[in-house]
Design a protein around this ligand. Structure first.
Ligand code: NAD
Length: 264
């Protein structure tokens, strides 16, 4: 058995119906975990879970709603054997210059990216800590962004929410350690990956006039990246498996750039 073997563990992945979350769900399942795909998009989540094979499942989850978290975590523990790994991946990005930003868009990003991650930490830790219904400790991985580490134009509020995810991670890790929960809490800062969100962002940057074209926007990101390319879904998923596994047993309260060096 390797240190990245996740057999016997149950993972809940938010925003797992598509994009990075789907890749993370697939990689965790490939490493042996039983995976519960949680998303607003129920049909897509069920189809991803179905394609993972026997033993995996899906739940409806709106990360901004506390009762939704209670139900999703409850179902995961009672029907899928516990909760050992939680990936707080669900997120939204609405591109805007700071001079143009709309209050409703600010609130939407605060809700999904900050409130959603905070509620995930709350309910994940409650379930995983020794007196919780899962009770065996575990690993929580929050998905921040390279946007929390550099200043890229067009995403001021999104970047602020991802900085908040970073702080939530550190304080949650500190509390979990001090209170003996047996749960590690880390986050990653993905670089740009051309998922629906990532590709949309490149388009928006060109539309805002920040770059002459989409190609130029992508070229600017690649130009800032020592590894010389955009990120791929598997780049993120493999690091999530590492952080979920015993190979990272002494990594706690960390923020790990997975951006080809863009944010250094
Ligand atoms: N793609 C990138 O370039 C990039 C870079 C850095 C960080 N990230 C972060 O990675 C995460 C995943 O991004 P992605 O590119 O896969 O995005 P995506 O838009 O392709 O997928 C996001 C998923 O989250 C789900 N979701 C949205 N709101 C939700 C809610 N309230 N409750 C439950 N699920 C909800 C969506 O239904 C969707 O399945 C996000 O947190 C994003 O901020 C992405």
């Amino acid at each position: 058995m390797t240190k990245t073997d996740l057999s016997g563990r149950t993972a809940l992945v938010t925003g797992g119906a598509q994009g990075l979350g789907e890749g993370m769900a697939r990689a965790l399942a490939a490493a042996g975990a039983r995976v519960v795909v949680a998303d607003l998009q129920e049909d897509l989540a069920a189809s991803v879970a179905g394609s993972l094979g026997e033993g995996h499942g899906s739940v409806h989850l709106d990360v901004t709603e506390e009762p939704s978290w209670e139900a999703a975590v409850g179902t995961t523990v009672s029907e899928y054997g516990g909760l050992d790994i939680l990936v707080n991946n669900a997120g939204i990005e609405i591109t805007s210059l700071i001079t143009e930003v709309e209050p409703k868009d600010i609130r939407a990003m605060l809700d999904v990216n900050i409130l959603g991650t905070a509620l995930g930490l709350k309910h994940g830790l409650r379930a995983m800590r020794p007196e919780g219904p899962a009770g065996k400790g575990g690993s929580i991985i929050n998905i921040s962004s390279v946007a929390a580490t550099i200043a890229f134009p067009g995403i001021p509020v999104y970047s602020a929410t991802k900085s908040a995810v970073d702080r939530l991670t550190r304080v949650a890790a500190m509390e979990a350690g001090k209170l003996g929960y047996g749960v590690r809490v880390n986050c990653i800062y993905p670089g740009l990956v051309p998922t629906a969100m990532g590709a949309g962002l490149a388009n928006d940057m060109a539309e805002l006039g920040l770059f002459a074209s989409v190609e130029e926007a992508i070229g600017a990101v690649v130009g800032l990246t020592p590894s010389g390319r955009l990120g791929e879904v598997s780049d993120m998923a493999d690091v999530v498996v590492f952080l979920a596994s015993d190979a990272s047993r002494f990594v706690n309260g960390a923020g790990l750039p997975v951006d080809g060096g863009m944010g250094m």
